[in-house]
Design a protein around this ligand. Structure first.
Ligand SMILES: C[S@@+](CC[C@H](N)C(=O)[O-])C[C@H]1O[C@@H](n2cnc3c(N)ncnc32)[C@H](O)[C@@H]1O
Length: 445
């Protein structure tokens, strides 16, 4: 016995058996005081539909002599609403039950205290926050209940989270703060990212931990446009793209979608969307559609909009391709789901770039507007789904995922950009921590 604890008898086990009976078999307790509002019934029905029975209803056997003429009348103590919901399905709906054997006083005590005791539980906000971000439901009533819990606990979910900009100009300073090293894994709420090479299997495995993503949204590097260009020959670039597609594809589920945002590479005289399509096709992906992302004209003023070659001017490409490929029979969204359908009612998207041309001029990573990963994430995934961005840059996909209640997974090779992404996630109010094998190994700065 633990020191300091008074000698105490072990608690009696009053459960005397289990059974399954048809819904019409149950007898309601005359003293049942609980009433069940419509929204409680609908939310319970939602969970029963999605998960099924995970808890018995409780029936008292009433074998105590104190029951006198009511002896042996097997009566519900707990689970009235679930039995009613089962009756709505059919009289024969099987309901799992546990038998207890209680005297009249004990039965009343349990009847009175069971729900209020459960309701006395307080919330560990961090854990609740994590669960709320990870769990999603098809049932509107369950989603409404979860939103209510979040509101009651002051937890901000979804798009009401702020959308901080990427502070790419402060990358060096932020790297000083976060001290990101190659191979380090970071988590912020339900978002996770790793600093490493997405063509390296071990890196992808450490990030994904055997979980499968439902969607990839990514903007890969171009052959020769930015500081991270690493290839001498275009053929090297293509084999790099192939390794990325292969490694990433293995971490995607059966009905997944792969979206690549890629433009043309004029200096290299290459039309990269076609090369990415061929690689994806050869890895088993099927063509779904091609969306033109048109950047707002304002930031493409002359002379930046012009591309000069051998004394000739060419208009630079003001639109980029969003190549969408799929496995299985996507898209699966219901035509009645207007929000999702609206995002796909046309395939020319006019969306301004993030901060104009400055970042291009500086040769920095080019964050895509949040709206891009947000549109695809909303259209192609449910809450709680995993969305992977193998070229995560400043973390736009992860920010979108945090705002939409999805679990973003990002890979970025340059430590400074990982720092920029971490800062962005922290600026959203998420707690950022470095992790190893799922355990926190540093406290946030
Ligand atoms: C076009 S940017 C992506 C920008 C990103 N969508 C955003 O919103 O910030 C491409 C990114 O891929 C990164 N990158 C290049 N090669 C990589 C590799 N092998 N593995 C992971 N990331 C890589 C670059 O450092 C760069 O940040």
């Amino acid at each position: 016995m633990t020191k300091g604890k008074a000698a105490k008898q072990a608690w009696r086990n009053r459960i005397v058996g289990h059974d399954v009976k048809p819904a019409s078999w149950f007898l309601a307790n005359e003293e049942n005081w609980r009433i069940h509002p419509k929204k409680q019934q609908e939310a319970t029905e939602g969970v029963l539909d999605e998960v099924g029975w995970v808890q018995d209803v409780m029936v008292n056997k009433r074998t105590s002599p104190q029951w006198a003429d009511r002896q042996g009348v097997e009566t519900l103590v707990d689970g009235h609403m679930r039995v009613l919901l089962a009756l709505k399905v059919s009289d024969d709906e099987p309901v799992p039950l546990e038998y207890v054997d209680l005297t009249p006083d004990e039965e009343r005590k349990v009847l009175l205290t069971l729900d209020p005791l459960a309701a006395m539980a307080a919330a560990d906000k961090e854990k609740l926050d994590g669960l709320l971000r990870e769990v999603s439901s098809e049932s509107a009533a369950v989603q409404a209940m979860l939103a209510e819990i979040a509101e009651k606990e002051g937890i901000r979910l979804g798009r009401e989270l702020p959308a901080p900009e990427a502070q790419i100009d402060k990358a060096a300073e932020l790297q000083e703060k976060w001290q990101v090293t190659t191979g380090s894994v970071w988590e912020a709420g339900a978002q996770r990212l790793i600093c490493g090479d997405c063509t390296d299997r071990a890196t992808v495995d450490r990030l994904m931990r055997r979980e499968k993503a439902a969607l990839v949204v990514t903007s890969p590097p171009y052959f020769n446009q930015r500081e991270y260009s690493q290839w001498k020959e275009y053929a090297d670039y293509l084999s790099f793209a192939e390794r990325c597609v292969k490694g990433t594809s293995d971490n995607l589920g059966d009905d997944s979608i792969f979206v690549v945002n890629i433009g043309s590479d004029e200096p290299a005289r290459r039309w990269m969307p076609s090369d990415w399509w061929v690689i994806l096709r050869d890895c088993g992906w099927l063509y779904r559609e091609c969306i033109a992302w048109v950047k707002s004209a304002a930031v493409w003023s002359v002379p930046r909009s012009m591309h000069i070659e051998n004394g000739h001017y060419f208009p630079a490409q003001r639109w980029e391709v969003m190549l969408v490929v799929s496995r299985g029979d996507h898209p699966k969204f219901d035509i009645a789901d207007r929000d999702k359908v609206r995002r796909f009612d046309e395939n020319v998207w006019e969306i301004g770039v993030v901060t104009g041309g400055e970042q291009r001029a500086l040769g920095h990573t080019a964050p895509f507007p949040l709206e891009i990963p947000e549109r695809f994430t909303m259209a192609y995934t449910q809450k709680g789904a995993i969305v992977l961005d193998p070229f995560c840059g400043s973390g736009s996909t992860l920010v979108a995922c945090a705002r939409l209640g999805r679990r973003g997974r990002g890979i970025e090779i340059i430590p400074q950009y990982v720092s920029v992404a971490l800062q962005r996630l922290q600026d959203m109010g998420l707690e950022v921590k470095r992790v190893e094998d799922g355990h926190s190994i540093t406290s946030p700065p």
